[in-house]
Ligand binder design. Structure first.
Ligand SMILES: [Zn+2]
Length: 117
């Protein structure tokens, strides 16, 4: 279950940020692409065991808010750009099967909700 390793690494980054800026993080807003290989439910499930590695870190109340990222496409034929929930091949604009996938593998910490300590 590699989500535990990802959750642990995310927790380390957030704890580092809290120490550097003297804040508490109460929520982390994540954006995950459908081709990132990360299961959002497994990641949520792994969050508590990951936090157990850092007792007294102040991150205990932090929740994960996970958003599935849209997949950006561009058409090699007509140049149109689209966003879909999943990988598409056929261009809605010109009808050719010429779409190129430009994103969908990302795992991004978009923002964090913080409070001063
Ligand atoms: Zn097209």
């Amino acid at each position: 279950m590699h989500e535990l390793a990802i959750a642990t690494s995310l927790a380390e980054s957030l704890i580092k940020y809290m120490k550097e800026h003297a804040v508490k993080i109460t929520a982390a807003n994540l954006s995950i692409g459908p081709f990132s290989g990360i299961d959002p439910e497994a990641l949520k499930f792994a969050w508590e065991p990951a936090l157990a590695n850092f007792p007294g870190s102040g991150l205990e109340r932090c929740i994960l808010k996970i958003r599935m990222a849209k997949v950006k496409h561009s058409c090699r034929n007509c140049g149109s750009a689209f966003e879909f929930d999943n990988w598409q091949i056929k261009c809605p604009s010109c009808g050719r099967e010429s779409l190129h996938r430009e994103s969908g593998s990302e795992f991004i910490l978009e923002s964090a909700e913080i409070e001063n300590v």
